[in-house]
Design a protein. Structure first.
Length: 233
């Protein structure tokens, strides 16, 4: 595994579901830098005209810092590291220590990836666990037209803003015995979406505590569900 600047160029296109570490550079009101893992699907280099779906994965609070190896602890990056292949571009940023997901940074990251790689802009998805579950809700509420579907795990959001994403397919996951983020945080978002006519599914695991993500990300149906959805406009 090697470290590259995002401007390094097309040599990363040769990667087949190998995670490379990258650096984000984007001017917002100042230069914002961030590091992330990037996985390109098998066949990416061999199909130069094909556009690919993109999944943005947001980790939890325990993986913050400046060591990208931490991002591989859970979720899709862990599966890629163990040899799983996915038919989409996977982007897994790392949140700095002591910080929380910042929407403008994630938006900038997506813009960079869209500019540098062959992304199907109608098939962009976000999912995350715990702090990343909160980030998934927040990012979709701030940028409701960017995504084709979202899958927040053991997170929570702002139910009074739910109508902003009533058009968006949402699959929510949570452990009923979660002692870190109460089940009610997901349940209130689900109720708010249902109240405004949203398109939402809710899976609550009766025996799961905070780790409701391992079983979720191990389930191939999650990825099939995400990839079935495409923005209409």
């Amino acid at each position: 595994m090697h470290v590259e600047d995002i401007a390094a160029g097309p040599q990363t296109l040769q990667v087949r579901m190998k995670q490379t570490s990258q650096t984000l550079r984007r001017r917002v009101t100042k230069i914002i830098t961030g590091r992330y893992l990037l996985s390109l699907p098998a066949g990416y280099a061999e199909q130069p005209k094909k556009k690919w779906p993109l999944v943005l994965f947001l980790h939890g609070a325990g993986e913050r810092g400046n060591n990208l190896e931490l991002v591989k602890k859970h979720g899709p990056p862990k599966l890629v590291e163990s040899g799983r292949q996915f038919p989409f571009i996977l982007v897994s940023p790392q949140c700095p220590a002591g910080d929380f997901w910042r929407m403008e940074v994630l938006d900038g990251l997506l813009e960079e990836i869209e500019a540098k790689h062959r992304v199907d802009r109608k098939r962009i998805y976000v999912t995350g666990l715990s702090m990343g579950g909160f980030g998934t809700w927040a990012l979709s509420l701030v940028y409701p037209q960017r995504f084709a579907a979202i899958a927040p795990i053991c997170g929570g959001g702002s139910p009074f803003l739910a109508d902003r994403i009533k058009h968006l397919p949402v699959w929510v996951f949570h452990g009923e015995k979660d002692s870190v983020v109460p089940l009610a945080r997901s349940a209130e978002m689900v109720a708010a979406l249902r109240h405004c006519g949203g398109n939402v599914k809710f899976t609550a695991y009766p025996k799961a505590n905070h780790d409701s993500w391992t079983v979720t990300y191990d389930n191939p149906e999650l990825y099939r569900w995400l990839l079935r959805h495409k923005q209409k406009s």
